[in-house]
Design a protein around this ligand. Structure first.
Ligand code: UDP
Length: 218
């Protein structure tokens, strides 16, 4: 009985576009094996996720375990932590405080940002697919921006006086990242809808209130 119940369970891995490392092809499709350092500062995260995936797929092959593996690209929206160090939270907080916007390196590296509601919508559709739909499947928004473009948009949308400063590049920072979402479109009937500036405005409103609240409680 216990075993039967376990066999019916579906286990989901919230994996990551980091499995592509610093990709040499763009956009990234699920059949691309990636370009990942095994020893750099990001390796623990990237290789950890990849190692977990090997176990998911081995258990699926060996024991018929029902698995679903999603490769989640950069996601943002309200309720991020202001100090999580990621680019959108950093830039919005810096812009709202009129502090320098810190770009690591040239700012010509790219990312593709997915609004959280879109991402969750894709995730829910994935969860409700038949057991043969195991993934991996890219979940993300294919609209690609340079980091400098992102900084300029956030400065404009917040009416900020922040200057842009360039700091040292992050080690092993992926230079381009953009999902090919044709598998998600075909298997889930999903694609994201929220425009980057609409999503940024909603995140900005959230951070503005969060910072005011933090200032009042201090
Ligand atoms: N980044 C930046 N300034 C910051 C934070 C991040 O220029 O204050 C850059 C970072 O070097 C990377 C991109 O923004 O190229 C996305 O960084 P994040 O940590 O948000 O996501 P990830 O690199 O994991 O995709």
């Amino acid at each position: 009985m216990e075993l039967a119940r376990r066999r019916d369970a579906v286990i989901v891995q919230a994996s990551t576009s980091e499995v592509y490392g610093d990709p040499l092809v763009s956009p990234q499709r699920e059949d691309y094996f990636g370009n990942v350092s095994t020893i750099g500062p990001r390796a623990c995260y990237d290789e950890g996720k990849r190692c977990a995936e090997t176990q998911f797929f081995d258990y699926h092959r060996l024991y018929g375990l029902k698995i679903k593996v999603a490769w989640i690209f950069n996601t943002y929206g309200p309720r991020m932590r202001p100090d999580d160090g990621r680019v959108i939270s950093n830039f919005i907080v810096q812009a709202l405080r009129n502090e320098p916007i810190t770009i690591y390196g040239s700012g010509l590296q790219t990312r593709s940002f997915c609004y959280v509601d879109d991402l969750i919508g894709g995730f829910m559709k994935f969860l409700h697919t038949s057991p043969d739909v195991t993934g991996p499947i890219n979940l993300g928004n294919p609209t690609e921006l340079t980091v400098i473009d992102l900084a300029e948009r956030i400065i404009r949308l917040t009416n900020s006086k922040s200057p842009i400063v360039h700091l040292l590049p992050a080690v092993d920072d992926p230079q381009q990242r953009r999902p090919d979402i044709s598998r998600a479109a075909a298997q889930l009937g999903w694609r994201p809808h929220v425009d980057i500036e609409d999503g940024l405005l909603s995140a900005i409103t959230y951070f503005d209130l969060a910072l005011q609240h933090a200032a009042v409680s201090n």
